[in-house]
Ligand binder design. Sequence first.
Ligand code: TRP
Length: 332
Amino acid sequence: MNRIFSGVQPTGNLHLGNYLGAIRNWVLLQKEFECIYCVVDLHAITQEQDPKVLRAATREVAAGLIAAGIDPKRNILFNQSQVPAHAELAWVFNCVARLGWLNRMTQFKEKAGKNRENASVGLYDYPVLMAADILVHKATHVPVGEDQKQHLELTRDIAQAFNSQFGVSFFPLPEPQIFGEATRVMSLRDGTKKMSKSDASEYSRINMTDDADAIAQKIRKAKTDPEPLPSEPAGLETRPEAANLVGIYAALAGKTAIEVLAEHGGAQFSAFKQALVDLSVAVLGPIGAEMKRLTADPGYVDAVLRDGAERARASAAPVLREVYDIVGFLRP
Ligand code: TRP
């Protein structure tokens, strides 16, 4: 049986990009697989966090996942810091992974920026902890975006190196599960930039908690060009803003861009935007409302995470125990 593991950073302001790029796929996967979903608070502190903001964001992300349809009874949903085996396996992996491998990680270079000497050791070690997240549950499949592919390759390298160093075939080599169309949602103000929680303009993104009015306003103000919609995807190639809106529409409707353009080709943006507003409000409205309800009830969200953590500890404990045996540690 395939086992899915994925992690999401506890950042506030979950937006449409998070929903269409990741969360929605996680919801679909639970129909077929055993899924473990983790809010990665240990990863979050690799960059400085305000403790109050971190705690609120951890709850908000958990609420977002539940509101979007993750069923925490059928799956395991937890926050990483409640399951010490993640950090414990990361230590063993620190002694398997090589400096040379980490030196190639492009995300570290991006996040550390110019002042590399001042980056935390944790930020450098981030991919090793990620490998431990996945392998401590012996996950076989990991739904991630393009930007995490290199980290997943490193996870496979670590699994393989562990297996070969100790002459075992203990860890599976997990596969990325990359989803097709329209996973990349771009800014509503600039079709060449990813939709991001850190964009200064609120009008660049649709938040999962936006109400119908906010969604309508943002879509109406979204940047476009003066031409009507083409009737085939080829006509979108040099029109990033139009391509983005069509991509969003397609993803929300569960259709292909070809189908959307067959239906809306020739339409003016005023009409297409109205259709997109209606669709967005229909899909996101109930999720946002449920998120707000859950955020107002932190006791409930905390209880869900506590229960998930208990089950995640039960999943991880035997794997870590066996690793400790393989490595040669005395049993307690
Ligand atoms: N690095 C991932 C991200 O930023 C989050 C993450 C942490 C993760 N641990 C993971 C994703 C394990 C998949 C599996 O998106």
